[in-house]
Design a protein around this ligand. Sequence first.
Ligand code: GLP
Length: 256
Amino acid sequence: MDVFILKNEDECSEYAARMITDLVKSKPNAVLGLATGRTPIDTYARMVRIHNEEHVSFKDVKTFNLDEYYGIDESHPSSYHSFMQKHLFSKVDINQENVHVPSSKPQNVAEFCAWYENEIKKAGGIDIQLLGIGGNGHIGFNEPTSSLASRTRIKVLTEKTRTDNTFDFGTIEKVPMHAITMGIGTIMESRQIIIMAFGTKKADIVRQMIEGPVTALVPASVLQMHPSVKVIIDEDAASALERKEYYKWVFDNRPN
Ligand code: GLP
């Protein structure tokens, strides 16, 4: 894992946006794995800025989102379909046919999940996957004890996740109980991964992800097994790391 501790959220978001848009510059038909939540919002805003100012085109880019709530309308303001349109897709020149977000109401869940996996394969696999981390260590909606080899499927959301995501729905009762999410095995097949976290609220789970054992109890810890992960975090999210100074020293001496 490359652990990049940057000064603040702005620097982290700029770094991630640059990595993604640099990839799109060098590979205009790149396949992007995208995330929702508060963490990547500013990264998307910066990707939009780079698209406008530097004419980086998303015309041939394909995208696959990690997850979607199950059972709500895709037009619901808190659906991940709405989130992605609002923060990115409506603001760049992406072809809507190249956009994939898991369905919130598939007729047959198992068939849909197999189809989603196959679409990723047909696109040639994900070049770069952007991730946030849940307060309980989830990635996508792969809650603790998810199989580390799991594929796209429906999951029951934990009380902790539903509480954390209440702000989107008003009350916990309104937060869906289920979601369709790429599996951990699916995520691990991405060629590159960026995972971001900000703020002291994420400090302990970030420590467990980087310095704890690989365990299904902290799904993000499996990223220790991936050959190309960049953990991009601000000072606050890094505050519980035992080897913080070491990561900074490695960063300062990174090869060009
Ligand atoms: C959500 C999403 C995840 C996201 C995480 C963190 O529930 N399913 O993909 O990374 O929780 O969210 P936030 O960025 O708002 O902290």
